[in-house]
Design a protein around this ligand. Structure first.
Ligand code: GMT
Length: 374
């Protein structure tokens, strides 16, 4: 098949999922055209089946706000027509679904039929999308998509709750490419450089937005480090960074906490870690938690949104109510204090991650694509 994938190119989960999906499809022999305003961070173009089309936004001085949706639509029309695409798969509803809808209708006037699939990822529904300033367009674009998928059962239910949806939504969960994790070499060197005295390593990865509650990570870690020798790695960056640094100073914990910034190959950091912390306010799936589990790292998380579909209570980790820092610290200590228990959770986390092996999930997308191409 000849597939167009529209996504955000940044470190956000939706862009990562779109890129890994495209790479896997290309590996299976499909032609995959990425369409975005920048080359997606995880996209290496060393495959004959992968193409990248950049959306150029003009900077005409009349515009205070550049009309991205329109240039994206024009690019979609252009790429569909000249690359003879079979379908478009857009990741994150805003503004990709309505741009695809418009492109589809422009092309129809020229006698070209192109179905489009919208994959809902999370904040496009739970935060941004249900905002009144977006809601009517999102509702319309979801209802008019040729197929809609959500990355968890919880996100599917949220979509029905917040929008007037009159169609089916299929759940196709996020996935893991285990090949990337098998490539990781000697993690001992990295572990020793972060924790030279054999301290336990806790890790958090996110874009440091308020929804991630990174301050809770620091508070959990502060309780843990008072009971056992421990270090905390913070991967990513974002608007809350300054506040997080302030809290580290206030708690006099800076010596034990390392900010690593934005890292592409997070599997290297995860493979050197003992416990992943995900205290999010809302999380449609929790790809970061799944990636941790694939690296044999158990997860301490909240029980919000789709996280319980990924992290299993008492098996791959523990789940607590949002903001219950004490409970999350208690659970972290119960895993970290005993080497045998830690190893048992590590194996279980890996076992649970295998439910989301890309080899199980990719055929679901391929089947959906085939059903839309007449
Ligand atoms: O919140 C992020 O980390 C980015 C955001 C995105 O769409 O780029 O992530 C959402 O999609 C991911 C991939 O499907 C999910 O794993 C995340 O749970 C989801 N984030 C939220 O729901 C807050």
């Amino acid at each position: 098949m000849n597939i167009g994938i529209v996504c955000y190119p940044t470190f956000g989960g939706s862009g990562v999922v779109a890129t890994e999906l495209g790479k896997a499809l290309a590996y299976k022999g499909h032609k995959v055209h990425f369409i975005s305003y920048q080359q997606p961070v995880r996209l290496d173009l060393f495959s004959e089946n992968i193409y990248y089309h950049e959306v150029k936004v003009s900077d005409y001085p009349l515009f205070d706000y550049q009309p991205y949706e329109l240039v994206l639509t024009s690019k979609l029309v252009d790429v569909v027509k000249f690359e003879k695409l079979d379908l478009l798969h857009v990741h994150y509803a805003i503004p990709h679904a309505s741009a695809a809808y418009m492109a589809q209708h422009i092309l129809a006037k020229e006698g070209i039929t192109i179905p489009f699939i919208t994959t809902l990822h999370g904040t496009d529904i739970t935060l941004v999308g249900k905002d009144v300033s977006f809601e009517p367009v999102i509702t319309f674009a979801i209802n008019e998509s040729n197929a809609v998928t959500a990355v968890s059962e919880s996100l599917k239910q949220d979509t029905y709750e917040h929008f007037k949806i009159t169609r089916d939504i299929e759940v196709i969960p996020n996935f893991i490419c285990f090949e990337e994790y098998k490539k990781v070499e000697d993690s001992d060197f990295l572990r020793k450089s972060f924790a030279p005295n054999g301290e336990k390593i806790l890790v958090h990865i996110s874009n440091f937005r308020p929804v991630k509650r990174v301050q809770d990570v620091i508070r959990i870690f502060d309780i843990v480090r008072k009971q056992i020798p421990a270090k905390l790695l913070l991967v990513g960056d974002g608007p809350e960074r300054h506040k997080i640094e302030e809290l580290c100073r206030e708690l006099q914990a800076c010596d034990c906490i390392k900010f690593l910034g934005k890292v592409k190959d997070t599997e290297r950091i995860l493979s050197a870690s003992d416990l992943f912390i995900l205290p999010s306010e809302s999380e449609s799936f929790g790809l970061a938690a799944l990636e941790a589990m694939a690296a044999k790292v158990p997860v301490i998380s909240t029980n919000t949104g789709g996280i319980p579909e990924v992290n299993l209570q008492g098996f791959s980790g523990y789940l607590s109510n949002v903001g219950d820092v004490e409970d999350m610290a208690k659970n972290a200590l119960s895993i970290l204090k005993d080497e045998a228990i830690l190893n048992q959770f590590k194996q279980a986390a890996y076992q649970q991650a295998q439910q989301f092996d890309i080899h199980k999930i990719l055929p679901m997308y391929e089947e959906l694509y085939r059903s839309l191409i007449k």
